[in-house]
Design a protein around this ligand. Structure first.
Ligand code: CA
Length: 337
């Protein structure tokens, strides 16, 4: 009897210590964008109903300094701007949100993302481009929508705003962070107790948001797949334990592309990298991007396979996905919701 107990005890000791977060975060990337045009009200409502933990907002400014929710600084891939305002493109052929007032942007119809040159859908199996009727939302409209849904559905879903291209905005005379952060605070997102993560690709701005602008809520640095900052300089330092330790002085999290977490061009050759362990050692939360059912990472042969390796093997704290329902279902089946 004692011997059996001893064996059981020793077996328990031999189990790997899995520091899995209690509740991994399902972050709806641009809403449930696998099903409805990105960043539309419909995409956000569906993601909320699907059980996502956070709904992402990409934020850019209009000419009259109103933060709006869209991914690019340019309008032509997700709206009918070229038909409605054909003479408003810049010399480089792009239509910038920053050149349009909110009143003008509200005249546009938003659509599923298309390649502006070919007119073809970027994801052909998704919502048909140009069908139904969608608009571009302001950040405030979106926060009101989410808080309204939180009230009626009796479930708090967080927000995950990304400050888009702050250096570019500032160069054009628009201080986007200084405009967005007070709005977040006014809607009750101010501290790390509040369900909000602010994200940005620019490390100088992340530092500025924490220090000069006094942001006290969660803050995450995004890292691009090419390991360069938006200004073209190397971002390699942030992939090292020393860089992560440095980052942890101002940020709470780090968001690389999935390939930084799991390397390999096939399921057979995949390997979990040191990234998550290094980040966790620096006390950084890890939220990589972006898992898509219709554009799977090469290291996985299905959504479930990708979710499995990310949560069970790599032990990420959550990730961005265009298909939040699939991730919620996977977690639910394992008693993790
Ligand atoms: Ca984003």
């Amino acid at each position: 009897m004692m011997k059996n107990l001893l064996i059981a005890f020793l077996c328990a000791l031999a189990l790997p210590v899995v520091a899995q977060p209690a509740k991994p975060a399902v972050i709806a990337h641009r809403g449930a964008s696998g099903y409805l045009p990105e960043h539309t009200v419909a995409a956000k409502v569906l993601a909320h109903a699907m059980g996502a933990d956070f709904l992402e907002q990409d934020v850019v400014l209009t000419k009259d300094d109103v933060p709006i929710v869209m991914h690019d600084t340019q309008l032509e891939t997700i709206s009918d701007v070229a038909q409605r305002f054909p003479d408003r493109k810049r010399a480089n052929g792009h239509y910038y949100a920053l050149d349009f007032t909110l009143a003008e942007i509200k005249q546009l119809r938003a659509n599923e993302r298309v390649n502006a040159k070919t007119g073809q859908a970027v994801y052909p199996d998704r919502f048909p481009a140009g069908k139904a009727s969608f608009q571009i939302s302001t950040l405030e409209e979106e926060l009101q929508l989410i808080q309204g849904l939180n009230k009626t559905c009796r479930r708090v879903v967080g927000i995950y705003p990304e400050i888009k291209q702050p250096a570019w905005h500032r160069k054009a005379g628009h201080d986007i962070s200084r405009i967005v952060l007070p709005i977040l605070r006014r809607y009750g997102y101010a501290t790390k107790q509040d369900p909000c993560w602010v994200q940005c690709f620019e490390p100088d701005e992340v530092k500025r948001i924490r220090t000069e602008l006094g942001w006290e809520g969660h803050l995450l640095l995004l890292l691009s797949a090419n390991r360069k900052h938006p200004d073209g300089t190397s971002a390699e330092a942030w992939f090292t334990p020393a860089g992560m330790k440095e980052l942890a002085k101002v940020a709470d999290g780090i968001g690389p592309e999935l390939g930084a977490i799991v390397s390999g061009k096939s399921k057979a050759s995949r390997k979990v990298t040191d990234f998550v362990n290094d980040a966790h050692a620096a006390k950084l939360t890890v939220h990589p991007y972006t898992l898509r059912a219709d554009d799977l990472p090469k290291f996985a042969d299905s959504m479930d396979d990708a979710i499995e390796v990310l949560f069970a093997e790599a032990r990420v704290d959550g990730f961005f996905t265009d298909f939040p329902d699939v991730v919620v279902k996977w977690l639910g089946a394992r008693g993790m919701r």
